[in-house]
Design a protein around this ligand. Sequence first.
Ligand code: ATP
Length: 289
Amino acid sequence: MMHEVSLRAYAKINLLLDITEKLPNGYHALHMIMQSVGLFDEVTLARGERSIECDDPSVPTDSRNIAWKAADAFAEATGADCAGTRILLKKHIPSAAGLAGGSADGAAVLTGLNLLYETHLTAEALCRIGAKVGADIPFCLTGGTRLALNIGDVLAPLPPLENVTIVLAKPARGVSTKEAYAAFDDARDVSHVRLPSLLFDAAKGDWSRVFSRTCNTFEQFVEVPERVPIKTVMRRNGCTFSMMSGSGPTVFGVFPTRGAAEACAQQLRAIVPDVFVCDPVPCGVQVMQ
Ligand code: ATP
């Protein structure tokens, strides 16, 4: 029997994020293309007294933590006696950044509990549990490059985004995802992309054509003052594409070479506090031991 499991929980960026409508149950229907990137939190689960320990004091360590909610949802769905699980979170993904840091941790907890308690749930079963906890969790469970529809729970694989380097620039002030959706509900004349033709290009792996027409709806009404200066620096350094991720405030740039990405990151550090250079990765959660 396993007593401990360590996992990497990878951040994501949105190569498309279109909110199509508010559903009667209060959720929002989405069209998303998601990409896992090589920035990760370290998540360790161990049998012991129920607790969460986290090295980032701004992250709650009680029932508000997404890792805790994921453990509750897992226990409810499986009946597994996992109330006594210690969860250790070593955060590297900034919070409230649009990078799904909390959702990635939640996905790692579901994956880890399934191993620790030998419950042998299928990927689909984990996905259904995850969707109840957060819209980005189903994607984070599998990761890579995926189309995500509905409330994030309908997923399909896409050809990988390869041979590029990603720069993430996170302005100091976080954005509350809840408030960002409330801004969408109040907004008028939101423009959308035509998914079928975008998918035609994405399914071929023609990312430059996708980048020429994709959007993040949140850019139309979430105010991030640093967004334009970040994009300007990225463009001057030869990025192929830049856009805000999730509900912000992180802006990412896609670069053809590591060298160009590093040079850009250096300049961005004068504008924003958190800048990361990473590669696209093919999974959302990686079991380390
Ligand atoms: P998304 O892109 O899914 O909207 P995000 O990057 O904007 O995610 P998170 O990092 O998931 O946002 O965190 C949002 C809020 O959730 C934060 O205010 C934080 O206090 C809380 N939170 C709960 N659990 C966690 C966790 N494990 N890690 C980080 N934040 C967490």
